[in-house]
Design a protein around this ligand. Structure first.
Ligand code: FE2
Length: 216
């Protein structure tokens, strides 16, 4: 794991390469993950760092599909930050990823990216890899983070629907609601209770997907 200052340094560098809305989204993801972690016996600093770096592969600029996932993984892995690298890979899969998937994996241009995701999906299927609580925490925080602040999963997915043509949205929304339920039960209260005021303030904001091609 990088320290907080190492993570902030990497993030600042990535933001300089590509200053898109992904950066504000990542800062919000980090804050949401840190806040939830404080309330359910997880490490807030670790949650913050993983949230801040989960989309670091966006430094490349806008790329189709899951390229930011594989690039973020490689970039952090090269620096020796295995846990943060793994979260780059895991944050997009709230549901089971089929190693024979014909959408998410096949849309990648690079064969080594396809292999990386297929190998990861195979490990998840055969049980040699599994999501831990931090993978799940960042999946949830990512699904509540817009560049301007925390939103409900439903609002975040309206934005995702407007920007991307995912073939399995029903499964994805159901999957992330299950993740939220896990943290609701772990905390003994609704995760949304930690962000009520902010969620209410943001409820009336238009999804940015209407206005711009972006990447979060
Ligand atoms: Fe994200």
């Amino acid at each position: 794991m990088p320290t907080r200052s190492e993570a902030e340094e990497i993030f600042a560098w990535a933001k300089m390469q590509n200053s898109g809305s992904w950066a504000e989204h990542s800062e919000v993801t980090a804050r949401i993950a840190e806040t939830i972690a404080k309330h359910c016996n997880l490490k807030p600093e670790k949650a913050y760092i993983l949230g801040l770096l989960h989309d670091v592969g966006r430094y490349e600029g806008y790329q189709v599909g899951l390229r930011h996932v594989t690039e973020g993984y490689r970039y952090l892995k090269k620096k020796g930050f295995d846990t943060a690298a793994r979260v780059c890979l895991s944050h997009s899969f709230y549901t089971y990823l089929d190693p024979d998937d014909k959408f998410y994996i096949d849309q990648l241009k690079d064969e080594s990216d396809k292999k990386l995701l297929r190998d990861f999906a195979t490990k998840l299927r055969n049980g040699t890899a599994a999501f831990d609580e931090y993978d799940r925490l960042i999946q949830l925080a990512d699904c509540m983070a817009r560049p301007y602040g925390a939103v409900t999963i439903n609002d975040r997915f309206v934005d995702i629907m407007l920007r991307y043509d995912f073939p399995d949205l029903r499964a994805q929304i159901t999957g992330i609601w299950r993740v939220k339920k896990y943290f609701d039960e772990k905390m003994g209260t609704d995760v949304y209770d930690l962000f009520r005021k902010e969620l209410a303030e943001n409820i009336s904001k238009e999804p940015s997907g209407v206005m711009e091609e972006g990447a979060e």
